[in-house]
Design a binder for this molecule. Structure first.
Ligand code: 13P
Length: 396
């Protein structure tokens, strides 16, 4: 599989990621994090999935990384644009760049600490998920040492038809990708808005299928952008599924085949990992999906563990958070979304719950991630496939 120049020669393929091409990378001893390309190339060659975990608390990040190290598995750590302003803003402070930069430093330090502790390194990428509004954030992520960015310009007004939407999507992407690619930062694009599972639950199966990404649109987006991965809509959606999702495995396969037939390497990304069964993930891997986004379940495991704090203080706090969010949502005329959406605002109070409950929350995330890496994605023990610098020595 080779990378072609975009049809008009406009967008260059991603450069090799190194300290020479990218002075913004956070050093981890003498090396740095990977971008999506090697992470997904190996996953593609050996047909497994890679967890892309949205990490909106230090305990979630630590739990995910510790599980990846202990299971000798690659992993993608990510945070979405929207999460900066409801979660990361309470963890760190300052401008959006400061938030990204502090997050990136935290991840690099944690990876280095685990490397020291375990005696080996695993492949890790750092990705900005769902950049939808503030285009400058792509460059802020680059300068903060992120190794990958999702440019999600899939949303379009109802009067714009899908073919036109792809063209508008390309127009926005090509303004940003050359600078990212020059510095070895990979780009995920998105065709077909993923949307919320709760909203999708009100749609008929037929209406959902009609919105599936078409192979020709996915190919056109890749051709026009030279992107390195593509998120597509085939029925998965964000948040807990209120009814069993209709996942278009055949649609997924057709998109994958169409992209490969045109000579591009741009693996498929499946958003909306929360609530998908192991079987659904296995079938999606079989149809070509390689990166699996996972967010809601991790945040909920964190919150539910606080709620079980034996002192009762955790439950009280979650109740207060839920109530605050409800009032905020009602004031804005929208449905309440839950305590997760005020995580940043209550960060200090959460931290005051103390070490043992926070450690329990990290451990709960760790156990869950161990489970999905092993049973859903199949990336356990795949780290050594990334080269001799990665993975646990088999003789140990
Ligand atoms: P879930 O919250 O449903 O796991 O979806 C995550 C996601 O797709 C983030 O981009």
């Amino acid at each position: 599989m080779h990378v072609k120049l975009a049809a008009d020669g406009g967008v260059p393929p991603v450069a090799e990621l190194s300290f020479e091409t990218n002075p913004y990378l956070k050093p981890i001893k003498d090396t740095h994090l990977l971008n999506l390309r090697p992470i997904l190339e190996v996953a593609d060659k050996h047909e497994f999935g890679v967890l892309a975990a949205n990490c909106i608390r230090p305990e979630i990040t630590r739990g995910v990384l510790r599980a990846a190290f202990d299971l000798n598995s690659p992993v993608i750590i990510q945070v979405a644009e929207s999460q900066l302003s409801y979660a990361i803003n309470g963890w760190f402070s300052g401008s959006k760049f400061d938030l990204l930069n502090s997050f990136s430093e935290f991840v690099a330090k944690e990876v280095e600490r685990l490397w020291e502790e375990k005696g080996y390194l695993v492949p890790v990428a750092l990705h900005l998920d769902h950049l939808q509004s503030d285009e400058e954030l792509a460059f802020a992520a680059l300068r903060a040492g992120f190794t990958s960015v999702e440019l999600d310009f899939s949303k379009h007004p109802p009067e714009v038809d899908r073919g036109e939407a792809v063209k508008l999507n390309i127009e926005r992407c090509v303004k940003l990708i050359p600078e990212l690619h020059k510095h070895g930062v990979t780009v995920e694009v998105e065709e077909g808005e993923i949307g919320e599972a709760a909203v999708r639950a009100a749609q008929s199966e037929e209406a959902i299928r009609k919105e599936f990404t078409k192979p020709e649109h996915a190919v056109e987006l890749i051709e026009g952008t030279n992107a390195d991965a593509i998120a597509v809509f085939v029925g998965s959606a964000h948040g807990w599924y209120l009814r069993r999702p209709v996942i278009g495995y055949d649609a997924l396969r057709r998109i994958d085949v169409a992209i490969r037939e045109r000579g591009y390497f741009a693996p498929l990304v499946l958003h909306g990992g929360t609530g998908l069964s192991y079987e659904a993930v296995h079938k999606a891997i079989g149809a070509g999906a390689r990166k699996f986004n996972y967010a809601t379940a991790l945040a909920d495991i964190f919150l539910r563990t606080l709620e079980r704090d034996p002192s009762g203080k955790g439950a009280e706090l979650i109740q207060k958070m839920t109530e605050t969010e409800k009032q905020e949502s009602e004031a804005k005329g929208r449905k309440p979304r839950g305590a997760r959406y005020v995580l940043g605002k209550f960060a200090e109070e959460i931290n005051k719950l103390g070490h043992s409950v926070l450690q329990a929350a990290e451990d709960a995330v760790y156990e869950h991630v161990r489970d999905i890496i092993t049973n859903a994605y199949g990336s356990k023990d795949k780290a050594p496939l990334y080269g001799s610098q990665f993975g646990r020595c088999p003789l140990e």
